[in-house]
Design a protein around this ligand. Structure first.
Ligand code: FES
Ligand code: MG
Length: 601
């Protein structure tokens, strides 16, 4: 009955796997292992179980998170996969973020979740980790944390929800939440209809069923080689999703044979990210994904600095929009799945892909594509267009620069509802923040016409902590009632991936920054957008910009100022940490001390 683990003559190597890893506490490694076993045995594990590779499973279930409602079933299936392959599966909780129940915004908490994930993956004795998540900020947070912890990671998304139905028309969260609410505001549908629609928009568990941020990040995981092809699109409530979960568990155990080669910093290369950006452009993905990708890239010591916002624009110029999904198009994620999903899309995109990029299986993307069973769907039944007959020839997501946005700005050009606005000059109507907007936007006396440019300030990362998805500034009611559906809109905030319109987002530096041009815009200033030239410009001289910035800086940073930029120094808790450390959108709004490069201030 003597257990060799307690043999004091046999040292425990510092890189031992399973329960033997990271035995630094108590000074005495043998005693640390002895104690670990005391406590884990309280859960009923045998020596046999404890001798296996340990696969941690990050469980983000919460009764506040309907997007993750199927996690209990997924967890069972992952464990089955792990145990069929001879591993030991141990799940653990990390925080759960749902878009609607994360005040002030889920983005405010994304970095906290990434820290939770990174530290728990590192702290606990698991050899590899399955990360189960799905709602918008979860996949980015898990990937940021997993990449920094650098243990082999296997993503499993919860999958998209099914569409619902109203008066015979399919509807789904959340593009149709917005469309229908806009119709209700404009008076074209009544309170009975909007109430009935509310019951049908999210009819099952799972993530929003359009190409919002959750679906976009799921497709990006496949592009990065971190998830099986059908992993992005299989419905949350499908049996396929459970089989993917089982496969994920098996893959994680298999990786334990070659731990060093399967670390995310080893698997993910610059080429992996170029593939992911190609996918992002081809699906007309969420603008939020750009912020997340920048944060993820910033965590990778070998890739940070080699890919910038410019890379996203350059790839966009040669990548056609191929997937016809809301909000850019008409269909739902279930249609994308039934059209062949990511495998079909990657087959179309093959000329643009770096097929030598590695995947979590240890094989290259090209090898995985060659060995996958590919049964193309007839063209007329598919929502994936052939490469040579795209929905939009290129550049669904564009990066804009100019005196309004020296650090860059983003626009989802493919989701513009009025193409004339993509090259447009108009007079600014400026709102100083969300409260000012709420107060004045529907004022019948507001001086605004369909050519006006609506500008919303102070909803950037510091200005309105978490950079809310308020960039979809509503069309003033008096114009909406006349049938105006789209106007040029500008802000330093974000927009939901499920929204559409001619909207310029993520303007950097944000208005709260004393050096910002966005911050000095005034109603009546003449603003020009030219998407072809990638330019966003206000027609005032450099001298006038400098004069206004100087005057405003004095006020913002004056003694006793309550402006966020000044007040953050005295803030406590997570809010203080966030306010002092958050980077601008083009750097992913990560905390500077979490980046591969480390702190800058
Ligand atoms: Fe969770 Fe849309 S609210 S994915
Ligand atoms: Mg969203």
């Amino acid at each position: 009955r003597a257990n060799a683990d307690y043999d004091l003559e046999t040292p425990i190597p510092s890189d031992a796997p399973g329960l033997r890893q990271g035995l630094t506490s108590y000074g005495d490694a043998h005693f640390s292992l002895f104690l670990r076993k005391v406590f884990i045995k309280a859960l009923g594990y045998s020596e046999d179980a404890l001798s296996r590779p340990i696969i941690g499973i990050a469980n983000t279930f919460s009764s506040f998170n309907p997007c993750h409602a199927n996690i209990p079933q997924l967890l069972d299936a992952v464990k089955r996969g792990v145990q069929l392959a001879g591993g030991l599966a141990i799940d653990f909780p990390t925080i759960s973020l749902h878009e609607s129940f994360s005040s002030p915004t889920s983005m405010y908490l994304r970095n906290l979740m990434s820290m939770d994930t990174e530290e728990m993956v590192r702290a606990q004795p698991c050899d590899a980790v399955v990360l189960i998540g799905g709602c918008d900020k979860t996949v980015p947070a898990q990937l940021m944390g997993g990449l920094s912890a650098n243990k082999p990671i296997f993503h499993l998304v919860t999958g998209p929800m099914m569409p619902g139905s109203h008066r015979g028309v399919r509807i789904g969260a959340c593009t149709d939440c917005r469309n229908n609410w806009a119709k209700y505001r404009a008076g074209t549908i009544d309170i009975e209809d909007i109430s009935a629609i509310n019951e049908e928009l999210a009819p099952t568990a799972g993530t929003c069923g359009v190409m919002g941020t959750a679906s976009t990040m799921a497709c990006i995981l496949v592009g990065l080689g971190l998830m099986p092809f059908n992993g992005a699109s299989a419905p949350a409530v499908s049996s396929t999703r459970l089989r993917i979960a089982e496969e994920t568990g098996k893959n994680a155990v298999e990786a334990c044979q070659k731990l060093e080669e399967r670390r995310p910093q080893t698997i993910l290369s610059k080429e992996s990210f170029l593939n992911a950006i190609t996918v992002l452009q081809a699906i007309g993905g969420s603008t939020n994904a750009i912020v997340h990708l920048m944060a993820i890239i910033g965590r990778h010591p070998g890739v940070a600095g080699h890919i910038t916002l410019n890379t996203i624009d350059e790839i966009g110029r040669k990548t056609p929009l191929l997937v016809d999904l809301k909000p850019s198009g008409e269909n739902y994620m279930t249609d994308f799945h039934n059209s062949g999903g990511m495998l079909d899309l990657l087959m179309e995109l093959k000329p643009l892909l770096h097929l030598n990029a590695l995947t979590v299986t240890g094989r290259t993307l090209g090898q995985e594509m060659a060995s996958a069973h590919h049964a193309p769907v007839p063209r007329d039944l598919s929502c994936i267009q052939p490469f040579d007959s795209p929905l939009h020839p290129a550049s669904s997501l564009v990066v804009l620069r100019g005196n309004v946005a020296p650090g860059g700005a983003i626009m989802k050009a493919s989701a513009s509802k009025e193409r004339r606005l993509l090259r447009h000059t108009g007079k600014a109507v400026v709102f100083a923040g969300s409260a000012d907007l709420a107060q004045r936007i529907d004022d019948p006396n507001l001086d605004v016409d369909p050519d006006s440019v609506l500008v919303l300030q102070n909803i950037g990362p510091v200005g309105n902590p978490g950079m809310p998805e308020a960039g979809l500034i509503p069309v003033p009611r008096k114009l909406a009632e006349k049938g105006v559906m789209d106007m040029l809109r500008l802000s330093d905030g974000r927009m939901s991936g499920t929204a559409g319109g001619t909207i310029c987002l993520h303007i950097s530096p944000e208005a709260a920054d004393p050096t910002s041009t966005l911050g000095i815009l005034q109603s009546g200033d003449v603003i020009t957008l030219d998407v072809e030239d990638r330019r966003i410009h206000v027609d005032i001289s450099d001298e006038e910009v400098a004069r206004r910035v100087e005057a405003r800086r004095g006020v913002l940073l004056s003694e006793g100022s309550t402006a966020p930029w000044a007040a953050r120094e005295g803030m406590r808790g997570y809010r203080g940490l966030y306010m002092r450390q958050v980077l601008q959108a083009e750097q992913g709004a990560d905390f500077d001390f979490l980046t591969a490069e480390g702190p800058k201030r």
